[in-house]
Design a protein around this ligand. Structure first.
Ligand code: FMN
Length: 389
């Protein structure tokens, strides 16, 4: 009896904390928020802000997740959340031939966040509710992709052009999603704002509408749709946006290494940190940053306006065998992706991973000439036999 009462009291207390933290501005409730955020969803072994792998087309798939997990050790979870590459809502509900590969939630289903993309609200809502039935952490809606093939159809960053439409779509999707519903977006489309207002004022209005419609986390990649990767990510917008919303805000953009990752995570400017391209080049980045964090080697927290390069040198050692890591990736690719995807995925991965090598561009050219995975493996190992010099 006592046990049941204690359980009820604890449950009520936790629910109260969770509710309060989501209902009041964090400035007024930071202590409560900190506890509730821990309860909210992220890993228990998280030390600073949770670490997230960015959704990246042809890159954020099971083989990369498997590879990243091989660097995690006991007590070192590394990556807290794995966003999948964007999944086309229309193709998914139509049951396209490759959809089961996109829906693969291995090797750690509870860390998976399925990202969906599309322009039709009913397709997005249906795909979200179907994916929500899989074991996963949540569903993310892509409002940031500015690739012409996507934006032209009204999907990705084009959602940011119409606050009302985006809000209605989210409200519809919300009805079928029991797990966490999140949105990844940019500062703006980069084109004239419909209301002719200031970019940040518009961004806040947009995000508040999403929040009202049931979004529980926003990831901001602080560039406009037109900028693509041309300009440095403006992290001061991440911290400014976070102050305006009740829900957590994750920051993403231009993190280059574990020191930079840790500096952003411990800076207090965001609730979670997401890394994309650097995690393909250095799949050990999550484990390395955690290792540095555990050893108290954290870089001085960055001010929001500083660039990662200013964070200073942080010494850390991990024994990484680049050749073996590349070969392991090829094995994982063969094991967990359909043959139709092998070449494109391998070339995408090595497009970043080769940057670890002195003659990386030369190796990329060699690998891009190959027409089979086995040829890529031979060319890759051949480079190491020749010696780097
Ligand atoms: C090859 C590639 C594919 C991407 N695909 C997606 C995607 O499917 N969905 C998405 O929201 N963002 C996508 N992005 C953007 C990334 O998620 C991320 O916002 C961007 O790369 C900035 O982070 P970074 O500087 O850490 O790489 C992609 C980026 C790259 C380089």
């Amino acid at each position: 009896m006592l046990g049941i009462s204690l359980f009820a009291v604890m449950g009520t207390l936790l629910f109260y904390i969770y509710f309060m933290a989501k209902s009041y501005p964090r400035q007024e409730l930071s202590a409560v928020f900190a506890l509730s955020f821990f309860v909210y969803n992220f890993d228990n072994d998280t030390m600073s802000a949770p670490y997230m792998l960015a959704p990246m087309a042809e890159l954020s798939h099971r083989p990369l997740r498997e590879l990243i997990e091989t660097f995690s050790g006991p007590g070192l979870s590394g990556c807290s959340e794995y966003f999948t590459e964007m999944i086309s809502a229309g193709a998914f509900i139509a049951g396209g031939p490759f959809e089961s590969w996109y829906a693969d939630n291995g090797p750690c289903p509870r860390k998976i966040v399925y990202q969906i993309v599309g322009s039709d609200p009913s397709h997005l809502a249906r795909a979200a509710s179907l994916l929500d039935q899989n074991e996963c952490l949540g569903i993310d809606i892509n409002m940031g992709c500015s690739a012409p093939a996507i934006a032209r159809t009204g999907a990705g960053v084009r959602w940011m052009a119409d606050i009302g439409k985006a809000g209605e779509m989210i409200a519809l999707a919300r009805k079928g999603v029991k797990r966490r519903l999140s949105v990844k977006l940019r500062l703006s489309t980069g084109y004239a704002l419909p209301e002719g207002e200031d970019e940040f004022v518009y961004l806040v209005r947009f995000c508040r509408r999403l929040e009202e419609a049931g979004v529980e986390l926003i990831t901001l990649h602080p560039r406009t749709g037109r900028e693509k990767f041309h300009r440095t990510a403006r992290w001061d917008y991440v911290s400014a946006l976070r102050k305006e919303l009740r829900i957590p805000v994750a920051g993403n953009g231009d993190i280059a290494d574990a020191a930079g990752f840790l500096a952003r995570a411990s800076s207090g400017v965001c609730d979670a940190v997401m890394v994309g391209r650097a995690a393909v080049k250095q799949p050990w980045i999550f484990a390395q940053a955690r290792q540095m964090e555990a050893a108290g080697l954290g870089a001085a927290p960055l001010g929001t306006g500083e660039s990662v390069a200013q964070s200073g040198e942080v010494f850390t050692k991990m024994n990484i065998n680049i050749e073996e890591t590349g070969l392991l990736f090829l094995d994982l690719l063969a094991k967990y992706q359909p043959p139709e995807f092998h070449l494109s995925r391998a070339q995408r991965f090595f497009g970043y991973f080769c940057d670890n090598l002195k003659w990386g561009n030369y190796v990329k050219t060699l690998l891009n000439r190959e027409t089979e995975l086995s040829g890529i493996g031979r060319a890759w190992s051949g480079y190491f036999r020749e010696g780097e010099e």
